[in-house]
Design a protein around this ligand. Structure first.
Ligand code: UTP
Length: 291
């Protein structure tokens, strides 16, 4: 069995929920306190043992490449001023095996993953979406890799969501629960069902471990919901020839793809950040007393 060494981070979406901010700026560069969201995602992949990461980007995404590149002018300036801590922060994003591929048209998440086919080759890999920040003792991507090492099959991360919200997600129709700690065999995957049609409240969240056979399915997948090539549809077809499992995540998930989730996450992380936590707590208390 080949080890899981590679990751795809799709980042070619248009980010319409954050317009006008995302007209010229990549959504993935919006910060949580002081760190661009995509850096959290890259850090999760590395903490999970991933060696090579490909970011699928689109137009207006140059800033992502620049963020992970060196910046000699800035670094020299910080060196001259003995700002060692800041220099460390700037340099820690440059020493990563990162690759970039362009998705010419935003034809959907499935199409973005297919763009990375040549990079992945004949190996199992993970897909990490930037809209979800995950926190747990073991990184979620590592949890999926551990599952793969037991089963040798594709495994998606799922999480229970309130029933009325299922239409925002891909949802699984679980066949059997394999282990008590939340591993399921899956009958079907349904993209954005109406609550009354949803087979469960177990929603697919933004982490996938996939076998390379997914590319054959993606090549056959016709545009689905929203006229986009849906990764969920290809996974549903893959499930007809290989088992696809779902792993229930029980840690903390921050939905930073929506405006409200993004604001909430900034507040929560700001309350933990050493440079902002005390002042922010005092400010929130004062503000709350006026609401
Ligand atoms: P979303 O559905 O969240 O779309 O994509 P989006 O464009 O990022 O954001 P909104 O909804 O317009 O605000 C889910 C993930 O798939 C990627 C996105 O970058 C995001 O990480 N994606 C989506 C692509 O890479 N290419 C696409 O064609 C579509």
């Amino acid at each position: 069995m080949k080890p899981v060494r590679k990751a795809i981070i799709p980042a070619a979406g248009l980010g319409t929920r954050f317009l006008p901010a995302t007209k010229a700026l990549a959504k993935e560069m919006l910060p949580i306190v002081d760190k661009p969201t995509i850096q959290f995602i890259v850090e999760e992949a590395i903490a999970s043992g991933i060696e090579d990461i490909v970011i699928v980007d689109g137009k207006s995404k140059r800033s992502i490449e620049d963020h992970f590149d060196s910046n000699p002018e800035l670094e020299n300036n910080l060196k001259e001023k003995n700002k060692d801590e800041m220099l460390k922060l700037v340099q820690e994003t440059t020493d990563i095996n990162l690759y970039f591929i362009r998705q010419s048209h935003p034809n959907g998440l499935g199409d973005a993953v297919l763009t990375a086919k040549a990079f992945i080759g004949d190996e199992p890999f993970v897909v990490l979406l930037g809209d979800d920040l995950m926190q747990d003792k073991t990184p979620l991507t590592k949890q999926l890799i551990d599952r793969y090492n037991e089963t040798g099959e594709s495994t998606l991360a799922v999480m229970r969501v309130p029933h009325e919200q299922v239409s925002e997600y891909g949802v699984i129709d679980p066949a059997t629960q394999i282990t008590e700690d939340g591993l399921y065999r899956v009958k079907n995957f349904v993209e954005k069902p109406k609550p009354e049609d949803a087979p469960s409240d177990l929603a697919i969240i933004g982490r996938y471990l996939l076998t390379p056979e997914i590319f054959e399915e993606l090549e056959k997948t016709k545009p689905g919901k929203g006229n986009e090539i849906q990764l969920t549809d290809a996974i549903d077809s893959l499930n007809n020839r290989q088992h696809v499992y779902a792993h229930e995540f029980k840690g903390d998930r921050y939905d930073i793809g929506s405006k409200i989730g993004f604001l909430e996450t900034n507040i929560e992380f700001g309350l933990k950040h050493p440079q902002t936590k005390d002042k922010l707590r005092a400010y929130i208390k004062e503000l709350a007393s006026k609401l």
